[in-house]
Design a protein around this ligand. Structure first.
Ligand SMILES: Nc1ncnc2c1ncn2[C@@H]1O[C@H](COP(=O)(O)OP(=O)(O)O)[C@@H](O)[C@H]1O
Ligand SMILES: [Mg+2]
Length: 325
């Protein structure tokens, strides 16, 4: 029996279509024209207990809308969903106690309190005992490396520190299902990695079911075996991440810096891959995934390389590439 079951979930937004210019604005006072936008369109999927699924798609694809429906914050226009046997938008107390939604671009903590007190307030809302609160906060602040930040006012925390506290707040009541919407957005790479490791640990030790959206390929690759890709409200891929990468992201981006002015420009690089960018001092190449190691070796032999960097093609690019087909 799946933990999350979504069938034909659809959300239509009716938006007022603005006419251009002053005359348009005046006309708009009398006859408004509306447009219907299907932010989620017949979304169907299911997730089993303990799965950590990446929910991907370009901006405006409908990810947040879908997560908000699953968290009971929005009523769907059509379709059904059950999470842990509950219909989310019925907002039963039993459901509220078993899931959490973290919106990376919104803050849920009280800004004018020290982090600890803000967490305490959250725990009171869920009726968590003092002992459980202390144990959970102590364990999680240790794992996330923010133990020494508990007495800092939330508004004075860095973005990364605040997001870690938000995550702790979301997990205080030990939810069985976790919806994470861009939990690492805007964080520095060190914090991103910490959060990622924490989620991995949490998922594997507690069997928490997690649906995660992220713009960062590193998050998705580290955490998710399965991804659901959505575009314009519609799911068009649901399967293993490895399959997406094999099918759509068969390149990596290799960037080299050359020592000595102008020494990069001489080489003929087309035999190694597609040259994306070339300056006298640096080259960026798109190289077939399985040829990255031999190509790097050859480049090091051939050129006075002072630095080399290998990156995944950004997930946005992969998704764009998928849509271009
Ligand atoms: N409250 C709203 N009213 C009207 N349109 C909305 C509203 N919220 C989101 N949308 C639109 O619905 C679409 C999906 O948005 P969203 O779910 O936030 O996408 P994502 O999270 O994948 O970036 C977008 O086109 C967005 O502009
Ligand atoms: Mg979103």
């Amino acid at each position: 029996m799946p933990v999350i079951q979504v069938q034909g979930l659809t959300k239509a937004y009716r938006t007022y279509k603005k006419q251009p210019g002053f005359v348009g604005a005046i006309q708009g006072l009398f006859h408004r024209e509306y447009e219907t936008l299907l932010a989620a369109n017949d979304v169907t999927f299911s997730v089993n207990e303990g799965e950590l699924v990446g929910f991907l798609g370009p901006n405006g694809a409908g990810k947040t809308t879908t997560l908000k429906m699953l968290a009971g914050l929005l009523y769907p226009t059509r379709g059904t969903a059950q999470v842990l046997g509950y219909v989310p938008w019925e907002r039963k107390d039993g459901y509220r106690r078993q899931f959490a939604l973290l919106l990376g671009q919104k803050n849920q903590l009280w800004w004018d309190l020290p982090a600890r007190e803000s967490l305490e307030l959250n725990s009171k809302i869920y009726g968590i005992s003092g002992a459980v609160f202390e144990r959970t906060v102590s364990e999680m602040t240790e794992l996330l490396d923010v133990k020494d930040k508990l007495n800092v006012m939330v508004r004075e925390l860095s973005l990364g520190e605040r997001m870690k506290m938000e995550l702790i707040a979301a997990l205080l009541h030990q939810p069985k299902v976790l919806f994470l919407d861009e939990p690492t957005i805007g964080l520095d790479v060190v914090s991103q990695k910490k959060v990622r490791e924490f989620l991995q640990h949490h998922n594997s030790t507690r069997k928490t079911t997690i649906l995660l959206t992220s713009h960062y390929m590193a998050d998705i690759q580290a955490l998710c075996q399965r991804v659901i890709i959505i575009d314009r409200g519609t799911v068009f891929f649901d399967g293993r991440l490895a399959e997406v990468l094999d099918r759509f992201a068969d390149f990596k981006v290799v960037t080299i810096q050359c020592a000595g002015g102008g020494s990069c420009s001489a080489a003929d690089l087309t035999k190694y891959g597609e040259v994306v960018e070339q300056t006298p001092a640096s080259i960026r190449l798109k190289v077939k995934r399985d040829r990255v190691i031999p190509v790097c070796k050859a480049l090091l032999d051939e050129l006075p390389v002072s630095d080399i960097d290998i990156q995944e093609v950004p997930i946005e690019d992969i998704i764009r590439q998928i849509f271009a087909r």
